[in-house]
Write a protein that binds this ligand. Structure first.
Ligand code: AMP
Length: 401
């Protein structure tokens, strides 16, 4: 049996048909195990599980999230990691939408559960599965405090001019329509890490954080507080993403409904699952897109150009909004790994004080690093995100209070 140190945290990120998990000691940052259960509720499910450096893939049938968490608990037990006898400090749940009610980490009790359920109309694709994850884990580990960490929290105090849509104010108020922002745990963690790397208090750094993964968002962080972010009422707004449109003329939905006869659900699916890079070229894995660009594929080249165009559009806007910028920070799957995207995103910006060093940019490392030249006025950094660790730390800090 491997001892799980008292105080470890199980981090859960439940999606509609998936369950991402990590068992981590937030003090030592030691990860005992992590993994992803996919296609929950379908005929054939799969769990990718990593423990002690060994990865295994299990093909099975997981009718629901409870079955998934039971199966994962079994896998952990086979690895000598017994959750039920471990003295876990907390289970940290990523909850996507905190609405206006939640911005601090919150211990999940009956009242909080029903409040998260009440917020479901704000995030119909996310909050209900998050809650299913909470219930599945709580029934297995009833004595471990469950803590919700909200993806919207970091952006709770966005300046009102950045949070407000120019919509009829009464309608907006009645239906809680405003910009909430997402990926907050990542933007907060990465902006703090970037300041640490620069050896300066986060309260003295102005930075632009680009979280470029399958989902993608950018934020402008002034002295540790976000003043703008690219995602809005939902995670659809902003940058071009793997399968999501990002910004789109709102009138397109009316056109599709009236002319193409599409229902709201069909348009929702189109915008969220069949758009972005996938919609433009059929691929949402950035590695494949870049390979196809190299091969001269026209659809992939256009998709890549549209992606960069939107990215630079936001970059320019945030540089003006922030005033003096100290750092531009890349993170997440694409931001951390795709040197080419970083180089193209910031190409020909020397007149704005931004210059990447191609050799530094080519270095691959899991550590925070600088990729700008010595003469670049704005520091350009790559800072790997770690949302699970950030969730675990926040959950422990709350239950220790
Ligand atoms: P995330 O959502 O943060 O896990 O990021 C997933 C995205 O990162 C996918 O589009 C991957 O194709 C992309 N990605 C991961 N590694 C690389 C790489 N070496 N080069 C380009 N894209 C990558």
């Amino acid at each position: 049996m491997t001892e799980i140190a008292p105080g470890a945290v199980l981090v859960i990120n439940a999606g509609s048909s998936s369950l991402k998990y990590q068992l981590v000691d937030p003090r030592t940052e030691h990860v005992y195990a992590d993994g992803l259960a996919e296609r929950i509720g379908e005929d054939a499910s799969r769990i990718k599980h990593v423990a002690g450096g060994n990865e295994r893939t299990v093909d099975t049938v997981l009718p629901d999230h409870r079955a998934a968490i039971e199966h994962v608990t079994g896998l952990l037990r086979e690895d000598g990691l017994d959750l039920e006898s471990a003295e876990l400090a907390a289970v940290g749940h990523r909850v996507v939408h905190g609405g206006r009610s939640f911005f601090a980490p919150t211990v999940i009790d009956e009242r909080v559960r029903s409040e998260i359920a009440r917020l479901a109309p704000l995030a119909p694709l996310h909050n209900p599965p998050n809650l299913i994850g909470v219930e599945a884990v709580s029934s297995l580990l009833p004595d471990v405090p469950a803590v919700a960490i909200f993806d919207t929290a970091f952006f709770h105090d966005l300046p009102e001019e950045s949070a407000t849509y120019a919509l009829d104010a009464d309608v907006a108020r009645e239906y809680a329509i405003r910009r909430y922002g997402f990926h907050g745990t990542s933007h907060q963690y990465v902006s703090a890490k970037a300041a640490e790397f620069l050896g300066r208090p986060v309260s003295e750094v102005n930075q632009i954080v680009m979280h470029l993964g399958n989902g993608a968002s950018m934020s402008a962080v002034r002295e540790g507080r976000p003043i703008d972010t690219s995602m809005g009422m939902t995670p659809l707004e902003g940058l071009v993403m793997g399968t999501r449109t990002g910004d789109i003329d709102p009138g397109i939905a009316f056109q599709l409904a009236r002319v193409a006869g599409m229902s709201i659900d069909e348009i929702d699916h189109l915008y969220n699952k069949r758009s972005g890079l996938k919609g433009l070229c059929g691929d949402n894995d950035f590695r494949s897109v870049l390979e196809r660009v190299d091969d001269g594929d026209e659809a992939a080249t256009l998709a890549y150009k549209v992606y960069l165009h939107r990215l630079r559009h936001y970059l320019g806007a945030y540089m003006i909004e922030l005033g003096p910028v100290d750092a531009i920070v890349f993170t997440a799957g694409v931001g951390e790994n795709a040197a080419r995207v970083r180089a193209d995103a910031l190409a020909h910006l020397q007149t704005y004080g931004i210059e990447i060093d191609p050799e530094l940019n080519a270095v691959r490392s899991p550590e925070p690093r600088r990729i700008s030249t010595r003469s670049s006025r704005i520091e350009v950094l790559v800072v790997p995100t770690n949302e699970e660790l950030a969730i675990a730390r926040q959950a422990v800090a709350l239950v220790a209070e």
